[in-house]
Ligand binder design. Structure first.
Ligand SMILES: Nc1ncnc2c1ncn2[C@@H]1O[C@H](COP(=O)(O)OP(=O)(O)OP(=O)(O)O)[C@@H](O)[C@H]1O
Ligand SMILES: [Mg+2]
Length: 500
């Protein structure tokens, strides 16, 4: 169906794709794998006519194509769902699907009926039932994802690219997506699938192609590789256990944060927890179980009906995340784009943000050399792949942007860091390094609250785990009890404490 040959791409003087080949057959799900910054998204943007290649050829069913833009690629039967969503929140599904390629009637007016009908037909082809008439911002993330797919698929699409579609989905939603992908595969569509969750590759993919640093490493059937071999192809070395050893748990360690009587809503469940010096406290639970809301409530950064907060034993009422910073508490948000980074700034500016005190020289000046050096060190720690500290954040790959957020906070000299889904979109190699840095941070006498939907990560990293259900903490487990069975049992059946 599709043959990419010798694709090269340079941005300015720097070449990021060095002659990549990719062959995808009809009726297969083909995984495109590689570390953050390997060139996956760039290759896919070239395939879809969004950026031009510097060299190389694209053939579809044997015919060579040179796409001038995305519309030309769509006309040739290609569709892409981007790593970052591109829907307009206040338009409905049908409007989003036909944005900038509206159907018009003979008078040149918008043909809403025709668009709605086509939208309905595509949804039916996908086998999903998504309301077409409500603004997409009111749909769930999974439903929005299906609108993205429907938008990418014209009725006769033959090639579909999915760039990290599962990063924001819950396990049930992932299952649903896989069902849709299997249906499309049955219809003969060639699907290119990008994900850092290797278990998904074994679940859904038929063949794989691996890129490393913009080079083609190899292609083969999924049945020919196992997890270790995949990682080796991607990273170029073996990775030992990704989780650092847990220190001996000190029950007598001083409490840095104590939260009592926390309710998000007036009649909602009550949560209480403590965070001790030197520990990583995991927040586990299903998506929507109130983990992020609880943290925001504690910092007065979101709705809160009641909360008693003690910092180092002293009762405090925070007025928001700014005041939390003042007390040495930093929040690394779930969505790096909306809350985490200023993407039009450089890496250096983002890492130094609210951190200038460190580089002060005399009263008025900043030691720019020191700042640059510190930034480079911070980037090396988490293995940010970029042209240098002055690279703009919006030229980085998705995973590398996430690494910049982490580098920034680890360099802020906070006492408490709250990580919300810290490794979303991060490749297997860099994950291990980030875990090691988190441990280093707590070993220095600091503490971490880690919200994570990845159970292995919660289990591998946490000294204690608070399990959430329906808006509150239903259990706190430690030691041997930190197991997937125990956590899942509490997360699905734990009893909720209400206060009359
Ligand atoms: N507009 C741009 N200007 C300069 N460099 C760029 C630009 N776009 C991408 N790059 C560089 O190209 C390389 C490949 O990036 P790409 O986004 O394709 O990676 P990726 O494999 O999709 O990674 P991830 O898993 O993190 O999403 C990166 O080093 C990135 O910094
Ligand atoms: Mg990418």
């Amino acid at each position: 169906m599709l043959e990419l040959q010798g694709i090269r791409k340079s941005f300015g003087k720097i070449e990021v794709l060095h002659g990549v080949d990719l062959e995808v057959r009809s009726g297969e799900v083909h995984a495109l794998l590689g570390e953050n910054g390997a060139g996956k998204s760039t290759l896919m943007k070239i395939l879809c006519g969004i950026i031009p290649p510097s060299a190389g050829t694209i053939r579809i069913q044997g015919t060579e194509h040179h796409f001038a833009n995305y519309d030309a690629a769509i006309a040739a039967g290609i569709g892409i769902v981007f790593q970052e969503f591109s829907l307009i929140p206040y338009l409905n599904a049908a409007e989003n699907m036909f944005l900038a390629r509206e159907l018009r009637n003979r008078l040149g007016l918008l043909d809403r009926r025709a668009m709605r009908k086509r939208a309905g037909e595509i949804m039916q082809r996908l086998g999903v039932n998504v309301p077409l008439d409500v603004p997409v911002q009111r749909l769930s993330i999974a439903e929005q994802q299906f609108v993205e797919i429907a938008k990418a698929l014209s009725l006769d699409a033959r090639i579909l690219v999915l760039d990290e579609p599962t990063a924001t989905l819950t396990p049930t939603e992932v299952e649903h997506l896989f069902k849709v992908m299997r249906e499309l595969r049955r219809q003969g569509v060639a699907i290119i699938f990008i994900s850092h969750h290797l278990e998904e590759i074994f679940q859904i993919c038929d063949r794989i192609t691996v890129l490393r640093d913009g080079e083609f490493v190899g292609s083969c059937a999924v049945s020919e590789v196992d997890n270790d071999r995949l990682v080796e192809m991607m990273v170029g070395r073996r990775i030992e256990s990704s989780f650092p050893p847990k220190p001996v748990f000190e029950a007598s360690a001083p409490v840095v944060l104590e939260v009592d009587n926390l309710r998000i809503k007036k009649n909602g469940p009550v949560s209480r927890f403590t965070l001790r010096k030197g520990e990583i406290l995991g927040f586990a639970g299903l998506v929507g179980s109130g983990r992020t809301e609880t943290v925001l409530a504690m910092l007065s950064a979101g709705p809160v009906a009641s909360c008693t907060l003690k910092i180092d034993g002293v009762e405090k009422r925070l007025s928001g995340p700014d005041e939390a910073l003042y007390h040495g508490i930093g929040l690394l948000p779930e969505s790096r784009k909306e809350q985490g980074l200023i993407t039009s700034f450089s890496i250096l500016q983002n890492i130094s943000l609210n951190n200038y005190g460190k580089y002060r020289k005399g009263h008025w000046f900043l030691d720019l050399k020191k700042e640059r050096k510190a930034t480079q060190t911070a980037m090396d720690q988490v293995r940010v792949k970029a042209q240098g500290p002055n690279a703009r954040v919006d030229t980085l790959s998705g995973g590398n942007q996430q690494k910049v957020v982490i580098a920034r906070w680890l360099n802020h000299q906070m006492k408490v860091l709250i990580f919300d889904e810290p490794t979303r979109g991060i490749d297997v190699g860099a994950k291990a390094e980030i875990y090691a840095l988190m441990r280093e941070f707590t070993a220095q006498g600091n503490a971490i609250i880690m919200i994570s939907s990845e159970l292995p990560e919660v289990i591998g990293m946490s000294d204690r785990v608070c399990v959430f259900r329906q808006g509150g903490i239903v259990a706190t487990v430690e030691g041997e009890a930190i197991s997937s069975e125990q956590i899942m049992t509490h997360a699905t059946t734990g009893s909720i404490e209400h206060v009359a």
